[in-house]
Write a protein that binds this ligand. Structure first.
Ligand code: ZN
Length: 349
C-alpha cells in the first residue's frame, strides 16, 4: 500500500483548518470518533500533509520529494505503529521494515501493539529528520496498546522528542489509559452528513447505498464494509424476527435462533441492538435510524410493547455486546437473547 493517502471528501475542510495551525502544533493528538468514518485515513493523510515540503492550503501537494517518498512507502520520517494483524490486512508483507524488525514469524499476526514496537522508535527519535522537518508517528488503533505499551508511550510523551508529532487514532478515548489521553490534544471527528456520505458510497459502486448507510448508523466506511460483506442491509433473519413477534405471543423463535448459532455473536447482537434503538425511537414518535426498510413493523411493535421493557432489553443487549466475543455456550446464548428480545416486543398486557 502506498503511504501517500488523501483525505476523504468530508475531511478536507476540517483538515485544512486543523493543519493551518501547524506552527503551534501540539506534539500529540488523539483523533477520535465513531468507527467507520475514516479516522485512520484522516491520520495518514494528515501525516502526509505534515511531511509535505510545499503543502497546498495545508494539504500534501503530491509532487514534492517528500510526497514522492510517501507514495512509494519509504519516507524515513513516517512510522506507522499498528498491530501486525492490521499491517497484514493492509497488505504489508513480512519484508515490511517495521514487521521484520519486530520478528514476526509464522504464528498468527499479533492483534496488539507490542512494547518493542515502541522501543524500536528510540533510534529514530535520535536521527535527524529530512531537511529538519517533522517526524510523524501514527498509532492505530490506540486501544491495541496493552498496559505496558501504553505506559511506554506515556514515558515518551512526558519528554517528547523534538520535531515529532504523534497521531493516535481511537474510537473511544474513555477506553484508553487516562494519563495517556491527558497528554494528548483531542481532535474529535464527527459523522459526515448523509448527502456527502451517499455520494461517496455511490462513487464506490455501493448499491442500496442509503439503506447500508442507515444500517451503519451513518458511518460511510462501515457501510461500505458491510455492503462488501454481502447480504441485505436489514438481515433476513431480523425481518423474520419482527414478523414472528408480530404474529402473536406464541411466536416460536427457536428455528431462528438455530439459524443464528453459527453466526458470530457480535454480528447478531449488533443487529438486535440497532433494532432496539429503532424501537425506542419509534416509541418516542421519532423516525427510525438503522432499518428504514422495516419501519412499518418497527412502529407497530413499538406501539404495542412496553417502553420500559424495550429500554431494559436495549440496555441488556449493550451489556451482552461487551462479552459477546466469549459466550460460555453459544447455542444457549443466542436462544436466550432472542427469547428475551421477543418477550420485550410482545404487546403490553
Ligand atoms: Zn508535497
Amino acid at each position: 500500500m502506498s503511504d501517500l493517502v488523501s483525505f476523504l471528501p468530508w475531511h478536507e475542510a476540517p483538515a485544512r483548518q486543523w493543519l493551518s495551525q501547524r506552527e503551534r502544533f501540539a506534539h500529540a493528538w488523539l483523533i477520535h470518533g465513531l468507527p467507520g468514518i475514516g479516522k485512520r485515513q484522516f491520520a495518514l493523510a494528515a501525516a502526509g500533509s505534515l511531511l509535505c515540503e510545499s503543502p497546498a492550503q495545508g494539504l500534501a501537494c503530491g509532487h514534492c520529494v517528500a510526497c514522492q517518498w510517501l507514495a512509494h512507502g519509504n519516507h524515513p520520517d513516517l512510522r506507522r505503529i499498528r498491530p501486525d494483524a492490521v499491517a497484514f490486512e493492509e497488505g504489508a508483507g513480512l519484508n515490511d521494515a517495521e514487521s521484520a524488525q519486530t520478528g514476526a514469524t509464522k504464528k498468527a499476526p499479533s492483534k496488539e501493539i507490542r512494547v518493542d514496537q515502541l522501543r524500536a522508535l528510540g533510534g529514530w527519535f535520535n536521527t535527524a529528520t529530512h531537511r529538519g522537518g517533522w517526524r510523524v508517528a501514527v498509532i492505530y488503533p490506540a486501544r491495541a496498546m496493552n498496559q505496558i505499551t501504553a505506559n511506554a508511550l506515556l514515558k515518551v510523551l512526558e519528554e517528547p522528542p523534538a520535531h515529532t508529532v504523534f497521531l493516535l487514532v481511537a474510537d473511544a478515548p474513555d477506553r484508553l489509559l487516562p494519563t495517556l489521553v491527558s497528554r494528548c490534544r483531542r481532535l474529535p471527528l464527527s459523522v459526515p452528513g448523509p448527502q456527502e456520505s451517499l455520494s461517496w458510497l455511490k462513487q464506490q459502486g455501493v448499491d442500496q447505498a442509503s439503506d447500508w448507510l442507515a444500517a451503519a448508523g451513518g458511518a460511510p466506511l462501515l457501510a461500505q464494509t458491510m455492503a462488501e460483506a454481502g447480504g441485505s442491509p436489514c438481515p433476513a433473519w431480523l425481518q423474520d424476527f419482527t414478523a414472528a413477534v408480530m404474529s402473536g405471543p406464541t411466536a416460536d423463535i427457536g428455528p431462528l435462533a438455530d439459524q443464528l448459532e453459527k453466526t458470530s455473536p457480535e454480528v447478531w447482537i449488533d443487529a438486535l441492538q440497532r433494532l432496539f434503538l429503532d424501537l425506542l425511537l419509534a416509541a418516542s414518535q421519532a423516525s427510525v435510524r438503522y432499518y428504514p426498510s422495516i419501519s412499518k413493523q418497527t412502529v407497530r411493535i413499538a406501539d404495542r410493547a412496553s417502553r420500559a421493557n424495550l429500554a431494559d432489553t436495549a440496555k441488556w443487549l449493550n451489556q451482552q455486546r461487551a462479552v459477546a466475543g466469549h459466550p460460555l455456550n453459544a447455542k444457549l446464548f443466542v436462544h436466550s437473547a432472542l427469547q428475551r428480545a421477543a418477550l420485550a416486543c410482545a404487546p403490553q398486557a
